[in-house]
Ligand binder design. Structure first.
Ligand SMILES: [Zn+2]
Length: 94
């Protein structure tokens, strides 16, 4: 939810906060993980309808590998951004 008044606004939704911080669009925050000094933010892209490039059938998620992209400096400490990717496959058995 965004409360906006000209140039001032407040964001309260966790996914919208990350979108604003990291300049990413359409992401969901799955987890904030902290192990000692190591901080990691786990996100994934919001998936719309994905279709097979070859036959046009609806695609299904085959794998969701975690890929670490960047370390964002947050309050003097690096924060790992882990992206849960979607590997898709065609639902058409042919
Ligand atoms: Zn296909």
């Amino acid at each position: 939810m965004i409360q906006q008044s000209r140039s001032t606004f407040v964001i309260t939704d966790p996914s919208e906060i990350v979108q604003a911080l990291a300049g990413l669009k359409d992401v969901l925050v799955l987890a904030y993980e902290r192990r000692g000094p190591d901080v990691s933010l786990v996100i994934e892209q919001v998936l719309g309808e994905v279709r097979c490039h070859a036959c046009g059938a609806l695609a299904r998620v085959k794998e969701r590998p975690r890929v670490t992209y960047i370390d964002l400096p947050v309050f003097g400490h690096p924060m790992r951004l882990t992206w849960r990717k979607h590997r898709m496959r065609c639902a058409n058995s042919a």
